[in-house]
Design a binder for this molecule. Structure first.
Ligand code: PGA
Length: 249
């Protein structure tokens, strides 16, 4: 944890759930958590419904992606302004599944992040190395390059959030050692402070990749880990709330 930062536990529902399941999961989270802010990111089609259910609660609602343009001829895409209009306050950008499945590079993530900021959404930019990159000792340089290439000016002051998600830890049940997570978060903090100044000392740095109730206590206790981005375990209300409870007081 970073002193003075209220942690954030964010749920990335990915492409899961029908309307009924989305509503049931959202309702089970409505009371929020004691020591952390909660954010849930349903698939696009459920955002309107889930945001309406969460009105007046302590749980924020976000999206998993947005287009870089405000509007126009972009078949199948959704703009940041549209997401804001239906009640989203946050958007995950540059998730490794977007980078891999849709060929998104740092420049694309930068453009989307700028669009999110313009629309008044808080971006959560995901970065992280592949297993081959870690094994070759390139993890730090890969993440530093992603940070440098995808974060625009204005991000820090708007409350932008960074999530460190090693690609090989996502959905695999494997996590880096606590030492490696802490080291990467410290590297990210230093890179952000060097570029953006002291304001970046309170930027939330989330860890993501196979976070579950059984490992959350030790991960959330690490320096510079200000919350978690949770995939699989965010689909089970009990598990998601247990992760939020793992945050130290
Ligand atoms: P996971 O996914 O918790 O299922 O590993 C994390 C993510 O992709 O954000």
């Amino acid at each position: 944890m970073t002193p003075g930062i209220r942690p954030l536990i964010a749920g990335n529902w990915k492409m899961n759930g029908n309307q009924r399941e989305a509503a049931r999961l959202a309702e089970a989270l409505r009371d929020g958590a004691e020591n952390a802010d909660l954010l849930i990111c349903p698939p696009f089609v459920h955002i309107h419904q889930v945001a309406a259910l969460m009105l007046g609660s302590r749980v924020a609602v976000g999206a998993q992606d947005c287009h870089a343009a405000h509007h126009g001829a972009h078949t199948g895409d959704v703009s940041a302004a549209m997401l804001r209009d239906v009640g989203a306050t946050h958007v995950i950008l540059g998730h490794s599944e977007r980078r891999t499945n849709h060929g998104e590079n740092d420049a694309a993530v930068l453009a989307k992040t700028e669009a999110a900021l313009t629309a008044g959404l808080i971006p959560i930019i995901c970065v992280g190395e592949t297993e081959a990159e870690r094994l070759s000792g390139l993890a730090d340089s890969v993440v530093e390059k992603q940070l440098a290439g995808s974060i625009p000016y204005g991000f820090i002051t708007a409350g932008g959030i960074v999530a460190y998600e090693p690609v090989w830890a996502i959905g695999t049940g494997r996590t880096p050692t606590e030492r490696d997570i802490a080291a990467m978060h410290s590297t990210m903090r230093s890179a952000l402070v060097e570029r953006f100044g002291p304001a970046a000392r309170t930027t939330r740095l989330l860890y993501g990749g196979s976070v579950k109730p059984s490992n959350a206590v030790s991960i959330m206790a690490l320096a510079d880990v200000d919350g978690a981005l949770v995939g699989g375990a965010s689909l089970v209300a009990e598990d998601f709330l247990a992760i939020a409870k793992a945050v130290p007081e």
